[in-house]
Design a protein around this ligand. Structure first.
Ligand SMILES: *Cc1c(COP(=O)(O)O)cnc(C)c1O
Ligand SMILES: [Zn+2]
Length: 455
């Protein structure tokens, strides 16, 4: 049986609850974010996470890497969950990355979300959002996107026919692979003059005025789907939590969902210990890092200093700028939930320059699981945290690789070919691991010489 589910405001001084069938981008009473909450007393759960056995071949819901854990996100009636085969991802040890970041051999794992149907972790969340949208009978969905949310929305819309897709992107801000997907899968795509933060502000207005279902990560049902990324890491480690989980931070939905996932598992007694979470910004979009490390904001039981936070964003003039376009965001909508996640997990926030991110990305590539720039922020951030002595060399760490290499070929080629294309726009000149194509005349002796040269 399902545990009764409802929506609940995360502000303890409000705490209003709403029916699962209502659609709100935030709390109508106070404007804070909403959670999906459960009356877990009524749930049928095993004693330990490790006992949550699933037969991945039992049917479409167990084939899904999201819905095979549906007992832990029980907001939909059995059989009504929407899936396009998301969440069948790879969890594996990565010895070369371990060495690069300075961890002992065998201590570093990659959670590779590039294997999702649309090539990023967003599909986990979209499965949750589409399931809720079906429940409320929504017909049109919209998002603002740096690219991957729009690719995921477009894929789910065309594959399921449940909703039509409308996407808003910042002009000239989207990686080629991602734009290709939105166009090819038939989403109505609008390029708004401006960046992601501008598009996000507009899509909130548009969805409210036009009654369109919003699938950005302010949607709490999306975050329910993304909790399963952590369940798959736990499953990969036989139910034993790692010491650290490291992920990139953009709009901060993913990190928020990870904190919620571990908080719930701990409260339910399914795990004994919560991993520490490290959320990594790019230096050119480092709002979380600033807010936590310089401004000193803390969750404080949900009573973080809201007036001071509002003032911070009122005064924030900087535009986000980084080659890690998926995290090129300066006004993260889930900031408050991320503060909560850092509180639950005794977590930290850091930021890394683009050059470090691309170097880390190249090292990930040597493991044969290529990722896009934003994903590699997790590895670059981990290296920094090991150097700082915050993460012990002995610690067991899982880095979340959020998106596929092929999403942003222009970044990869610019880095390896060292053709100057990254210099003008991002100031990136000196990658440590370039592997560019070598021009050779069409002459057999010269070709043989060239091949032998680097033996
Ligand atoms: C969306 C995205 C992120 C950022 O995730 P948030 O939940 O917005 O913090 C990071 N990497 C990739 C590849 C993404 O698509
Ligand atoms: Zn409220």
């Amino acid at each position: 049986m399902n545990a009764p589910a409802f929506q609940k405001c995360i502000n303890p001084d409000c705490g209003k609850t709403y029916d699962i069938a209502e659609v709100h981008p935030g709390c109508p009473a106070c404007g804070e974010l909403l959670d999906v909450a459960y009356d877990w007393d009524k749930a049928e759960l095993p004693k330990r996470f490790a006992d949550l056995r699933v037969d991945k071949t039992a049917g479409p819901l167990d084939y899904s890497g999201v819905w095979r854990f549906r007992k832990l996100l029980p907001f939909a009636k059995e059989g009504t969950q929407v899936t396009i085969g998301e969440g069948r991802t790879l969890f594996r040890a990565a010895p070369k990355v371990a060495e690069y970041v300075g961890l002992k051999p065998g201590r570093l794992y990659l959670q590779y979300e590039g294997m999702n149907p649309s090539g990023s972790f967003k599909d986990n969340g979209m499965a949750g959002a589409f399931t809720h949208a079906k429940l409320v009978g929504a017909k049109v969905a919209a998002c603002a996107s740096t690219g991957n949310t729009s690719a995921s929305l477009a894929a789910f819309a065309s594959a399921t026919g449940i909703m039509e897709a409308v996407v808003f992107i910042g002009s000239g801000k989207i990686a080629m692979g991602k734009l290709s997907q939105a166009l090819e899968y038939g989403a109505r795509t609008f390029e708004i003059e401006g960046d992601f933060d501008d598009a996000m502000a507009r899509v909130l207005e548009v969805s409210a005025r036009a009654g369109i279902y919003l699938v950005n990560s302010v949607n709490p049902f999306r975050l329910e789907g993304q909790k399963t990324i952590m369940y798959r890491i736990l499953a990969g480690l036989g139910g034993e939590p790692p010491d650290w989980v490291v992920c990139p931070g953009g709009n901060l939905g993913n990190s928020s969902s990870f904190g919620k996932a571990f908080g719930e598992l701990k409260d339910l007694g399914l795990i004994d210990r919560v991993p520490r979470l490290a959320v990594i910004n790019a230096t050119g979009a480092r709002t979380l890092s600033r807010v936590v490390n310089e401004e000193g904001f803390r969750w404080n039981g949900g009573r973080y200093d809201r007036p001071r936070m509002d003032a911070f964003f009122r005064d924030l003039k900087d535009k986000a700028h980084t080659i890690a376009s998926a995290i090129e965001i300066n006004r993260p909508v889930n900031l408050s939930k991320c503060l909560r996640a850092l509180d639950i997990t005794d977590g930290v926030a850091r930021d890394c320059p683009d050059t470090d991110i691309l170097d880390a990305k190249a090292v990930v590539g040597t493991e044969g699981v290529g990722c896009e720039p934003a994903s590699a922020a997790s590895v670059a951030g981990l290296k920094k945290l090991v150097e700082e002595g915050v993460v012990d060399r002995d610690a067991r760490v899982a880095c979340v690789l959020t998106g596929h290499l092929l999403k942003a070929p222009e970044a990869t080629i610019g880095y390896h070919a060292q053709d100057g294309s990254l210099e003008e726009k991002y100031g990136i000149t000196d990658g440590r691991f370039p592997n560019g194509p070598v021009p050779v005349p069409n002459d057999i002796d010269r070709i043989l010489d060239a091949v032998k040269e680097n033996d």
